[in-house]
Design a protein around this ligand. Sequence first.
Ligand SMILES: *[C@@H]1O[C@H](CO)[C@@H](O)[C@H](O)[C@H]1NC(C)=O
Ligand SMILES: *[C@@H]1O[C@H](CO)[C@@H](O)[C@H](O)[C@H]1NC(C)=O
Ligand SMILES: [Mg+2]
Length: 260
Amino acid sequence: MKLVILLLISATALLAANARPDPDFNPIRLRSEGRVGAFVNNCESWRLASEVNNFRSWKVVPEQCVDYVKSYMTVEVGIQTQYEYDVGTVVLEAIEYLNTVSPAKGKNDTWLFDLTDTLLSSLPYYSRPGANYGGNPFNETAFNEYIKEGNSPLVPNVNYLYKDAQEKGFKIVILSGISEDLRPVVEANLNKVGFAKWDKLILKYKPGMPTKDFKASERAQLKKDGFKVIGNVGDQWSDLLTGTNAGKRAFKIPNALYYS
Ligand SMILES: *[C@@H]1O[C@H](CO)[C@@H](O)[C@H](O)[C@H]1NC(C)=O
Ligand SMILES: *[C@@H]1O[C@H](CO)[C@@H](O)[C@H](O)[C@H]1NC(C)=O
Ligand SMILES: [Mg+2]
């Protein structure tokens, strides 16, 4: 009821501001830039709206939700954190799907994995005071320093999906916006947490290009090279929704810490 009133008030304000109403105006379709926080009066609803890509392009976790995100990521409810349960549920569903598909003979049918917060977690970075569980703006320098430490832990349970896809004979391709310069440390970090091999590890060798464009163009290239994506696993909608060859099925790994 409250939300309906809120939406009505904002729609009325917009109508008042423009004598002629925009026939395409639809509050649900508004992008969230500059508006994040306006409608956030419940952090669980905020997280859900973000997960399903209704809230987009937000730059920081709303101030009133930082403690909520911290609990979501770190407090055990039962035997795991809520985040771990949420990731585990997606992984189980992806394994269910994997059980229904097989790689075509003589082809390069692929499972595509994003890297950061899909295979390797950046939670230790986001729990530092400077990052404040996503409550502070992204600091690329500090984040790269974290990657260079080479100590990122596993995203819980995604390794089971990776291993099953590999054992079934799918090509494994990892596609990341992390700089090509960091390849040695990234490879060592993957090995350290148990990812021993892959068919391609594509890191960003076009420094000026926005990551989502880079990923879309690399997926198009993969298609040209015969690497047809069957399953696509990523924690950002830009991993899953942009460009071609985005997978017969995509699986969104939860991420309440940032949107990119
Ligand atoms: C970003 O991180 C670097 C390296 O840790 C630090 O020196 C710098 O002050 C940070 N910038 C901001 C705006 O916090
Ligand atoms: C599969 O990938 C390999 C290695 O990149 C390539 O040589 C081969 O032509 C590809 N096969 C098909 C059917 O696209
Ligand atoms: Mg990611």
